[in-house]
Ligand binder design. Sequence first.
Ligand code: HEC
Ligand code: HEC
Length: 251
Amino acid sequence: MIAGVLPVCILGIVAAATLSGQGLGRTPQILSESLAGHDSFEFYCAPCHGRTGRGEGSVAPALKAKPTDLSRLAQRNAGVFPGERVRASVTGTGRPVPAHGTTDMPIWGPIFRAFESDVRVRERVANLVTHIESLQQASSASNDPGAQLFGTYCATCHGISGRGNGPVAEQMRKTPPDLTKYTARNGGAFPIERLRQIIDGHGVAAHGDREMPVWGDAFRSARGGLSPEAVKARIDAIVRYLGAIQERAAE
Ligand code: HEC
Ligand code: HEC
């Protein structure tokens, strides 16, 4: 039977990938004691799927199949996170077991069960699914007011995910920047006040060639005219949304 060999083999690959970059000379750790979803994900999944789940893990280039972008599962499912399908595809119950190892995605149910009790496996998988849900990129179907405002006023240029790939981006002289990297570029802290100012348009040089609309003025002079409080509430909601779609800083 391969059952005894397979887990150790895969865990060896994953542990080696986890350790590379952490310095050599340490005994590879084969199991993650912690049941926290974040820890299990970093240990077992990030080598292939990447820490943010987007599929850019260190082992990914060596695989036949590209690891699925786990941050878009909700987006690709009409805005609803398919929790049960994810659980099934992680444990292996939802997938036909390929006879010839044609999938690069390990079947984790039996691997985990080879090392720990069913109770721990259930909890580990449940926490993993919750963690993957937390990695989902905001989708337009969200009912967060900031997401809706962003979808209405910003996504045409910046793209619904804020990455600068909106439908009119190509026609602009200046490419709309990727708005998901502020936290990463700012030492892990999201610069709330700076973003408020950029969006409001205050403290930003008023060059005539600015392609980015001055949203404070646009909202203030909107049909009916918004009160200063309403303008501030809109901008705050948008800034909160931008905070939520930041890529996590690599540290
Ligand atoms: C050795 C690389 C590798 C590791 C480690 C890995 N995956 Fe995957 N995963 C893949 C690949 C490749 C796919 C794409 C489909 C396939 O080849 O079966 C995939 C697909 C998936 C899918 C299917 C998404 C869908 O469309 O339903 C889920 C969910 C998933 N992985 C979760 C995980 C979780 C959770 C872990 C950690 C416990 C993990 N993966 C570890 C390589 C990996
Ligand atoms: C008509 C296209 C367009 C729309 C709509 C738009 N932007 Fe922009 N945005 C740009 C362009 C182009 C830039 C690049 C800098 C410039 O021209 O001033 C930019 C720059 C920015 C910046 C500064 C990036 C940096 O760090 O340099 C932020 C923040 C921003 N936009 C947020 C928003 C928000 C929030 C909205 C919606 C309320 C929005 N944008 C709507 C085109 C647009």
